[in-house]
Design a protein around this ligand. Structure first.
Ligand SMILES: *[C@@H]1O[C@H](CO)[C@@H](O)[C@H](O)[C@H]1NC(C)=O
Ligand SMILES: *[C@@H]1O[C@H](CO)[C@@H](O)[C@H](O)[C@H]1NC(C)=O
Ligand SMILES: *[C@@H]1O[C@H](CO)[C@@H](O)[C@H](O)[C@H]1NC(C)=O
Ligand SMILES: *[C@@H]1O[C@H](CO)[C@@H](O)[C@H](O)[C@H]1NC(C)=O
Ligand SMILES: *[C@@H]1O[C@H](CO)[C@@H](O)[C@H](O)[C@H]1NC(C)=O
Ligand SMILES: *[C@@H]1O[C@H](CO)[C@@H](O)[C@H](O)[C@H]1NC(C)=O
Ligand SMILES: *[C@@H]1O[C@H](CO)[C@@H](O)[C@H](O)[C@H]1NC(C)=O
Length: 534
């Protein structure tokens, strides 16, 4: 008995070593066996789980390494998209793919990137997906490569995603003995916009699209930081608030609005119902910030502007207001800290005006906003509200957005959802068939937050403890269940991951239902909440 067991184990080990050797061989063979038009193979390497993969390219601000989470084959390609543009594509193909559902996962980018989302890629391989990432047509989270290079802007707007997906699928279907069964997309911010671009323009490429905090209506998303920067001014100007003063404003918002959802926990379940009144902080005669922690009239007016929608020339609504409560992490840094947003400035300066001297400080105006909208370079606006193609092709779209997003206001996602509903003439009960939107309370821009922010989505796998959370109810596997088993999500499970440990959970309800406290029970338990009408 003992001998048989020993032999069986040895045989299994030998078989798996042989399988592994063949896999490795097939992988390195890719450099000669795989070819595609306009595509150079940079490398084809077997990478064991635990390997530190480094990206030594100098001169860009992208991540410099990632740790492999699976035994896999790594293919790196250079795809030429025009005579003046090219896209770097990475394909991570895990060895266990055949037994894990034969799934394809496409990942996106962020900001003005430029950076391959390696952590999303390795997370995908951990779940057995073959994953593709790409640099969106230029290296680095930086607008300089757009200068006088319209073809690079075109890659950024949609073409890099489209081409990288096509080539990636081709490589995966070539590499494995069987073909891809189901295709998914997952991305946040610019990556969310890319997912919605695919939903609008080439939904046939995906069975399921997970789009987080999408920068939909890109031109309006760019206008917002310019408008807010002008409203608060540079440090030292009468309208400027320092970080302590913004924290005071945030405490005020919590005081005025935290109770609306019935639980005092620093988390607003429905910030749309919150209309802050900053005059509460106004200094009386003779009072000052130093002695009384109050704000001047000019500062209060600036806070009102930040929390108001942006109207353009002719009174047109350009962009909804910033979320009334944001966290310091992105909000202060990216929006109202008195520092020009490198994303908005880089976009206008290099892509729109093609003028290295253009600055938000000297040149931002409602005319500049109009000019950007008129150009709408290569359809960057991503504002198409007719999703009939996606509906007819059976593509499922899951959008989610953090309700303390200080960079892309979550109100932009509500607005888009309602625009789609009206444009298609479909009430939510019918949109539900293929398009669902989940507002996530206590989630900042894409990751971190004070609430149950962790949903297992794009760029959420860097913080400590994230990889310890069971991925079976992550947003990606939730999408897989919807596509492959027809189980459509009514809620999205969020975990309150703080300081590396899970301190609570909440099942976030699907819009237009509201995540509603039952009135009794520990608010950190999902069972204390249900989905109610608005
Ligand atoms: C790899 O290529 C070599 C030579 O081209 C060939 O002999 C071998 O069978 C290939 N191996 C696999 C696993 O495809
Ligand atoms: C991976 O390698 C890079 C470059 O050598 C190094 O900076 C980084 O610390 C390494 N990461 C880990 C987790 O070992
Ligand atoms: C990719 O190919 C283009 C030519 O289409 C070339 O200009 C570029 O330098 C290549 N990039 C890399 C990283 O090899
Ligand atoms: C960008 O500006 C440069 C120099 O001003 C000019 O030569 C070039 O034609 C412009 N390119 C585009 C695409 O407008
Ligand atoms: C930008 O400013 C520099 C210095 O102020 C000037 O020399 C240059 O001509 C300007 N370039 C453009 C395109 O206006
Ligand atoms: C930007 O502002 C500067 C300084 O006021 C001005 O000289 C320049 O012409 C402006 N550029 C544009 C494109 O309006
Ligand atoms: C999208 O934006 C473009 C450019 O601003 C505009 O022409 C078009 O009407 C917009 N489409 C929708 C559906 O709003």
């Amino acid at each position: 008995m003992r001998l048989i067991t020993f032999t069986t184990v040895s045989l299994l080990l030998a078989a798996s070593a042989a399988g592994n050797a063949a896999f490795q061989q097939r992988c390195s063979n890719l450099s000669s066996s795989f070819s595609a038009a306009n595509t150079d193979i940079i490398l084809a390497d077997y990478v064991a789980k635990g390997t530190n993969i480094t990206f030594p390219e100098p001169g860009n601000n992208c991540p410099k390494f990632t740790i492999s989470l699976a035994d896999m084959c790594r293919l790196r390609l250079n795809v030429t998209t025009s005579s003046t543009s090219s896209v770097i594509v990475e394909v991570f193909m895990p060895e266990n793919w055949g037994s894990k559902g034969k799934r394809f996962l496409m990942t996106g980018n962020g900001g003005l990137g430029g950076c391959i989302q390696y952590n999303d890629m390795t997370y995908g391989t951990l779940l057995g997906f073959a994953v593709v990432g790409h640099d969106n047509g230029h290296a680095g989270d930086n607008g300089l490569p757009f200068l006088n290079k319209p073809q690079v802007v075109k890659d950024f707007a949609w073409r890099a995603l489209y081409k990288a997906g096509k080539i990636g699928k081709k490589a995966i279907n070539h590499f494995y003995p069987s073909s891809i069964r189901k295709s998914y997309y997952m991305g946040c911010s610019t990556g969310g916009r890319q997912g919605m671009k695919a939903a609008q323009e080439f939904p046939e490429e995906y069975d399921g699209i997970v789009a987080a905090a999408p920068s939909l209506d890109w031109n309006g998303v760019m206008a917002a930081p310019g408008h807010i920067f002008k409203a608060v001014g540079l440090p030292g100007s009468p309208t400027h608030l320092n970080l302590d003063q913004w924290n005071k404003v945030h405490q005020m918002v919590i005081r005025q609005c935290d109770g609306i959802d019935g639980v005092l926990d620093n988390v607003l379940e429905d910030p749309m119902k919150c209309e802050p009144r900053p005059e509460e902080l106004l200094c009386g005669p003779g009072q000052t910030w130093a002695s009384d922690q109050c704000l001047t009239s000019a500062q209060v007016a600036a806070v009102r502007k930040v929390y108001s929608p942006i109207y353009g020339n002719g009174g047109r609504l350009v962009h909804p207001r910033l979320n009334p409560l944001t966290r310091e992490f992105f909000g202060y840094r990216a929006s109202y800290g008195g520092v020009p947003s490198y994303i908005a400035e880089g976009w206008y300066r290099y892509a729109v005006f093609n003028d290295s001297n253009w600055s938000l400080h000297a040149n931002f105006s409602l005319d500049a906003v109009d000019y950007d909208y008129q150009k709408d370079l290569f359809g960057i606006g991503t504002n198409k509200t007719d999703l009939t193609d996606a509906k007819n092709k059976g593509t499922r779209i899951l959008m989610y957005h953090g309700l303390t997003d200080g960079l892309v206001t979550s109100e932009n996602s509500y607005r888009y959802y309602e625009d789609v509903s009206r444009d298609m003439g479909l009430p939510s009960s019918q949109l539900d068939e293929f398009y669902r939107f989940f507002p996530i309370s206590g989630l900042d821009h894409c990751y971190t937050g004070d609430g149950a922010w962790f949903v297992g989505g794009s760029v959420q796998y860097s913080p400590a403890g994230a990889l310890d959370i069971d991925p079976s109810d992550s947003v990606l596997m939730t999408m897989v269940k919807w596509v492959e088993q027809g189980i459509a999500p009514e809620t999205l499970m969020g975990r309150k991951l703080i300081g590396g440990t899970v301190q609570g959970a909440r099942a976030h309800c699907k819009h237009p239902l509201k995540t509603t406290y039952k009135g009794v029970g520990d608010p950190n338990l999902p069972s204390s909440w249900d989905c109610g009408a608005a």
